[in-house]
Design a protein around this ligand. Structure first.
Ligand code: SF4
Length: 313
């Protein structure tokens, strides 16, 4: 917190807006009390660093908790990021060593980047060669994965280990690389393979592509959030499918809002996780831009790839 206060003092911020993700909201008072300027708290969503408020009113800066910045996205106001790093003791099941060989690529999310570096040190001490990819301009730290960006993936590695909790980042990486990824939970020490779940997800994606072919009317979802707004892709899809597609602007892509149109299918250009991870929350079939082009037969099934937002500078 000291670093954040120093940065706020350097910016001359007297009043700030504090943005906290769901999982940390119960700690709002503790975080607000530790910040030196006068604090107002953002009550809206905080899904990622793509999801900053469009406007911070008369506050001098935004303090965003839990995510790293997206280096390729600029905002009209000053932002100070409080990245949440896990300080839990690292645990590794020794069984993992029997499952890996050759050059090992390591990955994580911001919460477990320190654990990833520790795993790298331990493996190097055991004689393994580890490698950590740098990623594109959307990525702040080497080895970091986002749910919308797997550019840190190392094509030539013999084994891929995601150090973290939850499945989605590892499955996304596995689909992006078309390789097995091992998930090493740094807290419990257990490890799992993505193969079965990634195959299941792929089958569901193919079913969604078949389903959207039956939609007479299609909405193309565009997000107002600066870090996930892909308007060029949305406009080009609407142009290529005139009469059938309507561009829909959302400030929040909520299932109830999407379903309220009563259309059978939508193409999502907002956060890629909506179609790949959250699709079960929608009654409407939601596909990615590439999947829609496959449904239109402009691309082939073999062209399927996981939807990502590339970083650009
Ligand atoms: S677009 Fe989605 S996956 Fe990417 S940073 Fe935002 S919330 Fe996370």
């Amino acid at each position: 917190m000291e670093g954040a206060n120093e940065e706020l003092a350097r910016l001359g911020a007297k009043k700030i807006l504090l943005q906290i993700p769901d999982g940390l909201r119960r700690k709002t008072d503790v975080i607000a009390d530790a910040l030196s300027p006068e604090v107002s708290v953002w009550g809206g969503t905080c899904y990622g660093a793509c999801d900053l408020p469009l406007d911070i009113g008369d506050n001098d800066a935004l303090v965003h908790v839990g995510h790293t910045c997206l280096p390729d996205i600029e905002f009209d106001y000053d932002v100070v990021y409080l990245e949440g790093r896990s300080t839990a003791k690292l645990n590794i099941s020794k069984d993992i060593y029997g499952a890996i060989d050759g050059k090992i690529a390591l990955y994580s999310t911001v919460q477990h980047l320190d654990h990833m570096k520790e795993v790298s040190r331990i493996m190097e001490d055991r004689g393994y060669s580890t490698i950590i990819g740098t990623g594109d301009p959307r990525i702040k730290y080497p080895g970091q994965l986002l749910g919308c960006n797997f550019s840190a993936g190392v094509e030539g590695a013999d084994a891929h280990i995601y150090v973290g909790t939850g499945m989605f980042h590892a499955i996304g990486l596995s689909l992006s690389l078309e390789k097995e990824v091992l998930i090493l939970d740094p807290i419990t020490g257990e490890f799992n393979s993505t193969t079965e779940i990634a195959d299941r997800m792929l089958r569901k994606r193919f079913a969604a592509i078949e389903s959207i072919k039956k939609s007479e009317k299609i909405g193309v979802i565009v997000s107002a959030k600066p870090g996930q707004r892909r308007i060029e892709i949305a406009e080009s899809l609407c142009d290529s499918c005139k009469g059938k597609c309507t561009l829909l602007e959302f400030d929040e892509v909520e299932p109830a809002l999407v379903d309220s149109f009563g259309w059978k299918g939508m193409v999502n250009t907002a956060c890629p996780r909506l179609a790949l991870d959250d699709f079960i929350r929608f009654k409407t079939t939601v596909v990615t831009p590439v999947e829609f082009l496959i449904a239109l037969e402009e691309l082939d099934w073999s062209d399927w790839k996981v939807d990502e937002i590339e970083g650009t500078l």
